[in-house]
Write a new protein. Structure first.
Length: 247
């Protein structure tokens, strides 16, 4: 692919992350909100929905390298890579801008998912269910162990994504989508597998300001876990990849 400007890369990241959250939050809404066609569809439907959301987001964000995730951006940085995308050098400023537009894209995608399911949000449901469409939460609240789960899940995501660069088959977005399904099925049970700070933080902000009937709190006490855990997991994956994966 030809070199692109940082502006084009940021638009690409924004659109790709918005697509990711529209489809990802959308499948959660379809499964857990009252009176939807997919109500009660189960955990694996959510896993596959998120995997396919990543598939779509990666293709939309092809220009920027399709990070869609600050943990991926941090992992690429920690791996010693010289560019985030062709023509976009790894710098503090570019890394910061990638993260900002990822969060903004995630917010917009969550708002669009809310609009798609507005009438279902108007139905009576536990406030935690409505928050669950936007952001993750633990089944058993233990901040330290929840943090460990997010570190591990994100490490798997970023390390394997970096390893994909050595795959001569060039399968594109499909391996990443299947990887997300695998992480959700295997490691997603304790926390709902944010594995992406933008995916959780942006929609949590959207939940805080949207006029959702009976929504309750946005659970800011937990919000640091799906931000810090994936950030640490992504950096650790990049450092291990620097040693293990040939440049």
């Amino acid at each position: 692919m030809d070199s692109i400007s940082i502006g084009d890369a940021l638009v690409s990241e924004f659109l790709g992350t918005a697509m990711l959250l529209l489809l990802g939050a959308g499948v959660v809404a379809n499964v857990i909100l009252p009176r939807t066609k997919g109500f009660g569809g189960g955990w694996l439907l959510i896993n596959f929905g998120w995997g396919l959301a990543v598939f779509a987001g990666v293709y939309v964000a092809f220009k920027s390298g399709a990070h869609l995730n600050p943990a991926v951006t941090l992992g690429i940085w920690a791996s010693g890579a010289e560019t985030f995308a062709e023509g976009v050098p790894v710098t503090v400023a570019n890394g910061f801008l990638y993260v900002v537009v990822q969060v903004l894209g995630a917010m917009v995608g969550a708002v669009l998912a809310f609009l798609a399911y507005k009438k279902h949000f108007d139905q009576d449901a536990d406030p935690a269910v409505k928050l669950g469409v936007f952001s993750t939460g633990p089944e058993l609240r233990s901040y330290g162990w929840n943090f460990v789960t997010e570190v591990l899940g994100t490490f798997v995501l970023v390390f394997v994504v970096l390893a994909f660069s050595q795959n001569p088959a060039q399968l594109g977005a499909l391996p990443v989508a299947l990887l997300v399904v695998a992480i959700g099925a295997s490691l997603g049970g304790p926390t709902g597998y944010a594995i992406n700070p933008a995916r959780d933080f942006g929609p949590r902000i959207a939940h805080a300001f949207l006029p959702i009937k009976g929504k309750g709190t946005s659970d800011w006490a937990y919000a640091w876990v799906p931000v810090a855990g994936p950030a640490v997991g992504g950096i650790l994956a990049g450092l291990v990849a620097r040693w293990y994966i040939p440049a």
